[in-house]
Ligand binder design. Sequence first.
Ligand SMILES: *[C@@H]1O[C@H](CO)[C@@H](O)[C@H](O)[C@H]1NC(C)=O
Ligand SMILES: *[C@@H]1O[C@H](CO)[C@@H](O)[C@H](O)[C@H]1NC(C)=O
Ligand SMILES: *[C@@H]1O[C@H](CO)[C@@H](O)[C@H](O)[C@H]1NC(C)=O
Ligand SMILES: *[C@@H]1O[C@H](CO)[C@@H](O)[C@H](O)[C@H]1NC(C)=O
Ligand SMILES: *[C@@H]1O[C@H](CO)[C@@H](O)[C@H](O)[C@H]1NC(C)=O
Length: 411
Amino acid sequence: MITIWRRKCLRVLIFAICVVVIWNFVSVYWIMEVRLPTQIQVVIAKKEGEVILVGRKQPKQTAAATTIMPSDAPRPKICENCFHTKFRYIVESDVCTRNISQNASILLLVFSKHENRNQRNALRRTWLSQAKGNVTYTFVFGKSTMEELNYNVADEQKIHYDILLIDFIESYRNLTLKTISAFRWAVQNCGHVNYVMKVDDDMWVNLEALQEMVTSPLGLSTNKLFGSCSMNARPFRDPTHKYYVPFSMYNESIYPPYCSGTGYLTNMALIKEVVNLSPNIPFFPLEDIYIALCLQHLGYKIHNVGEFHAYKVYPHPCLYRSHIVITSHGVTANELKMIWKANCKAQIRAWMGNGVRSGGLVPMNSHYDKVEVIQESRGKRIVRGKKSINSFKNPPLLKLNKYGRHVPVGG
Ligand SMILES: *[C@@H]1O[C@H](CO)[C@@H](O)[C@H](O)[C@H]1NC(C)=O
Ligand SMILES: *[C@@H]1O[C@H](CO)[C@@H](O)[C@H](O)[C@H]1NC(C)=O
Ligand SMILES: *[C@@H]1O[C@H](CO)[C@@H](O)[C@H](O)[C@H]1NC(C)=O
Ligand SMILES: *[C@@H]1O[C@H](CO)[C@@H](O)[C@H](O)[C@H]1NC(C)=O
Ligand SMILES: *[C@@H]1O[C@H](CO)[C@@H](O)[C@H](O)[C@H]1NC(C)=O
């Protein structure tokens, strides 16, 4: 008797488990939402009925990169000739004037570090190889405290002739010195150039899309900074944070509008004004905020461009080759090569057919290793756990469904 009951129970139990498993499996694909981790600010913009979902990750906190700042004397907003950035150029090349038959109209200042030689070579073999004709570029360095590294960079100049080595000590805290002194060099040597772009050496830049942008019939308005820009960024007040800024350095609760230093574009006239103004704007350790403080003083505006990404766009090579991406951050040498050699015509055409166009859907960001997969069934939201972003065969392009939720395209 008891054994029969046990068997029955067991059967019912197994049946119930099967039902639950199958139901879960089916309902996961009913409505699936991919939610970004909570620390990320999600910016949603609409264009032509499509949705751009852009996640931004807070900068990583690393103890090693902590910047210690003097916290005693308050930083005045303005001063008289207190910020000095006139340094000697130790190594420089005539990147702006070497081709008189066609003067370049865009100058790229690629900020690099001495030890990133592999990365520079990868850039030269990939997107920088398109920097010819009306686009020109130079790598920019401060001086390393290790003399040998300066010689190595000078050797690179003999091969590639694309080095600008400026006489200040290269360090994270000196990035503002690097920017203003590189700008000054540009003003002195590349006066005829229309546009200047500052970009880091771990960036992908889609030069075709960039040129299309600057030559668009609407034109780029002058006196603006273009890039991945934020309106209401707040200073980090945690002393262990990489971007920590004490109240003595900046006592307001929000920064002026700024564009991420990973890559921004502006015109030469604005660069000239910033260089002229800079002696009177006291040093600020965050380079992009320093530029924002100058712009605020000059009364100029920023312009957020959806195709400039300050984070790493999902590394599907064809996203990078499409005009959805003008910049992407944190791209390795191997990824650069993969992007460069990919054949993307068919894929891009297919995406366009799916409603993906410039300013339309933006790919999920691979910065996040994991995303939460949320199941919605019968009005209940159940977090299905985390899914590795790399387990998606294709980057999950997101769009709004009729319930106003983000769902993967075609999902
Ligand atoms: C913030 O600092 C400025 C000088 O940089 C000073 O004039 C102002 O009074 C300060 N504001 C507050 C609220 O402390
Ligand atoms: C390029 O610039 C140089 C110096 O500014 C000028 O002499 C030359 O005519 C320019 N060339 C063209 C094609 O515009
Ligand atoms: C100089 O510009 C001309 C005209 O666009 C181009 O054909 C030539 O390749 C350029 N030379 C170099 C060295 O970039
Ligand atoms: C670059 O050169 C091409 C051909 O000479 C021209 O059509 C284009 O407008 C130029 N781009 C810029 C940014 O001047
Ligand atoms: C920044 O550069 C200046 C000029 O070379 C140097 O005196 C200073 O020590 C550097 N600061 C840091 C933090 O490296």
